[in-house]
Structures are given as structure tokens and as C-alpha cells.
Design a protein around this ligand. Sequence first.
Ligand code: 6PG
Length: 493
Amino acid sequence: MSQGAVADFGLIGLAVMGQNLILNAADHGFTVCAYNRTVSKVEHFLNNEAKGKSIVGATSIEDFIKKLKRPRKIMLLVKAGKPVDYIINDLLPHLEKGDIIIDGGNSHFPDTNRRYEELSAKGILFVGSGVSGGEDGARYGPSLMPGGAEEAWPHIKEIFQSIAAKSDGEPCCDWVGPAGAGHYVKMVHNGIEYGDMQLICEAYDIMKRIGRFTDKEISEVFATWNKGVLDSFLIEITRDILAYDDVDGKPLVEKILDTAGQKGTGKWTAINALDLGMPVTLIGEAVFARCLSALKKERVLASKHLTGPEIPEDAVKDKKQFVDDLEQALYASKIISYAQGFMLIGEAAKTYGWKLNNPAIALMWRGGCIIRSVFLGEITKAYRENPDLENLLLHRFFADAVIKAQQGWRKTVGLATTYGVPTPTFSTALAFYDGYRSARLPANLLQAQRDYFGAHTFRVLPEEASETLPVDKDIHINWTGHGGNVSSTTYDA
Ligand code: 6PG
């Protein structure tokens, strides 16, 4: 060990997540070396939050490297994008083969794939780790989703699993898979987070506009839901947000501008779903709902021109039934969203050649992260029973749950449609459910249309095959009598 190499772990980036993760690691008995490009931040941290703890600081990259035990384990918690590459380039001249760099930011997985390749060629073990749970999670137990160079795992496993959240005594952290797999799984986590949040917002909107509930009443509904199948972090914070009053005694949430922000992880998930041809409709709608919300000026203008149905005061006759139906709609839509998320993960594993561990992923999301919930315990159980489960919806527990929930779900979507309250995620979830359970969809007509105008060919149903319509052959029909007999070629990407 080089002289002065005292730290088990080094962390670069002393913004809120970095500081909290260092404090968490120190609480678990590790000595951590803290470094930040703006060195004054290190000093401030050491003299304040880090005082009296097993935390040392570094004044330069050289100093930082010297203070780390080998193989060096360096975690970066800096802004995703270029800053990650800058820091890696600063570190590289000082590192040795076998040293480990962990990127804990919300990096886009293709960047992680690239960094993993570049650093592997140099003998550096690169790990891209999803870190979820915000400030509190980082401090008291985040969900950690590491992937990349698997040789790094035995060296970082102990620290990662000690600082991670625990669910029924098990750490919400396990090895995800190769290259960018860790950041990929974090990206899907964020997409699901977008979906869960939008579903909750639609439930709130329906209670407010159709049920004419006050924010306090809605908060109480969420409090009740939080004791049942929907028990989760996002339902819990929504309960508290709706009960929070401004200084004038009015609910603060009603004063907030209704245009949603986004940093892009939900959008990446939706784009990736399109790239992989997976119908991850709920996350897609959740992203678009944020985009539509951002068109505030245009919406205000449109609200003066485009009319919709009036919502009568007594639209809801039986409040208890209305709330129960809504709970079922939320539960069923959530099942669809997670089923879609795992479909995407499954397809990514095939496309990118990754071996991904579904039960471990569900467990990593069970605690510590933003989407943590009791429900994820059921998903963990389902995948533990059968890690190769084709689809969550085909597992008895979830199949029974959606079948049971569908009456309330359909009533809720019907009610919202009747009264003109937008429910993009509730509705798309239901449309997906009905599409997924349809042995026959109208794509036969679509194929005919494609062949009619573009000679794109079609295949015939095996039971309808004949001499003129042979099975397993691309067929083109001269629908109009004046088209040619040559079918179109496909675009070769
Ligand atoms: C987490 C969150 C976090 C994410 C924010 C903001 O897991 O702790 O997913 O990583 O950055 O939730 O995301 P948006 O700004 O895109 O809503």
C-alpha cells in the first residue's frame, strides 16, 4: 500500500448526492476520500458535515489518488454528459490497471457502453451505476444498480451492499449486467417513475374535477390507498403534498404552475422502446403528457375556443364506489406499466446480448428508490418463482389482479372520457391490456393497405392458406388491376 493510502473509497463531486453518499459510507465504517474540482467545497465539507467522521479530503487529483487504497475505487457523482468524460480524462494518467471508476450519475447507457469499451482497453474497470432515492436515499440507503466490468464487483460489493437500502433484510443492490446495463436499468426505472407519477396525477385530476374533492379529501384518499396494494413512496409523498398548506392556509400545490419539467431519462426510455420495437406505451404517454403540459400558453388559448362536456355537480353519485374504482384503475395501470418495463428490459437483454437478472432488478427497486413499493415485492416474488417468466401479465398473481381490477378501471376511463378529463396513461394502459389479450388485431387490414398502396406484401393466416395464397410466403396482390406485380424492397439500414 502506498504511503498515505488511507481511504477505502474515493468520491468525486460534492453536490448534494455526493456528500450524502460519502456520509452514508462513513456511517458504515468505510474511510472515504472526498474530492471536488472546486476545492473550496472539499474544505467546507470537511469542516462541517464531515467533521468527526472517517472522511478525508483531497486538494488535487494527485492528492486524491495517493489517498486511495489499491485497487482504487473511485465513484463519480457529477453531472451526466461531458463532465464525466472530463473527470475520467483527468484521472486516467494517474490510474493503474485494475483500478475502478464508478459513474453514479444519470448517464445515458450508450455513453456508458462507450466508456466501458474505452476504459476496458486501458485495463481500467468501469462501472456505470444507477443511484436512486434522491437526497435522503443517498444519505440513509439508496437503491444501487451497478453494471459494467464484472471483475470490479467483488471489490465494491461490500461497500455498495452496506450503504444500499434494505428490503426485508436484503440489500437493494446487486450486479445488474455488462457494459451499460446498470445505467440502462436505471433509465427504465426513471421511465417507470414518470409513468407512476402521471398515473397519480390523473387520479388526482379525476377526484378534483369529476368528484369535486378538496385537496384535503384527496390527501385522505391517498392516505387510505397507502395502506393497501398501492402502498409506495410516491403515493405517500402525494398524500403529504396535498395536505401541505401555504402561509395563507390554502393548498400550496394549487399555486404551482402546471408545466412539467424533465431531464430526459423518461424520454430516453420511450425512444429506446421505439428503437427496440417494444410497446412501452404508458411511459411514452407519460413523457408526452409532460410535453403537453409545457404548452401552457397554447392550452390557455385553446381552452377559450375548444369546448368539451360540462361536468355536473352530481357527476359522482357514490363517492366510495368512485374512489374504489379509481384505486383499481391505478393498480391495474401500474401492473401494465411494470409489465411493459420488464418487456423492454427483456428485449434489451436479447438485443444487446446482456444476461439480466429480473428478480434482482425487482428487488433493487423494492426499496430505496423513487418507485419503491410493496407491489415490487410481488414482482420480486414472481420472478424468483420463474426468472424466465414470459410476461408479468402471464403470472397468475398479476393476471388475477388485472382481471379483478378491470371493471373499476373501465368505469374510471369511461367516466373521464365522458366528462373530458384527460387520462393518457390510464387509457393507454387499458388499450394495451385489450390489445395484448386479443388473439386477433386489425393488423390484417393494415397489411392489406400497405400492400395496396406500396406493394409491401403480406403473409396469410396458416388456416387460410391455399394454392394462390401459400403459407410462409410474402404475397403481393394486384388490388386494382392496374398496379405491377413487383413487390417493394425493404430499406436496408
Ligand atoms: C431517482 C430519480 C432521479 C431523477 C429525478 C428527476 O431515481 O432518484 O429518478 O434520478 O433525476 O427524479 O427526473 P426528471 O427531472 O426527469 O423528472
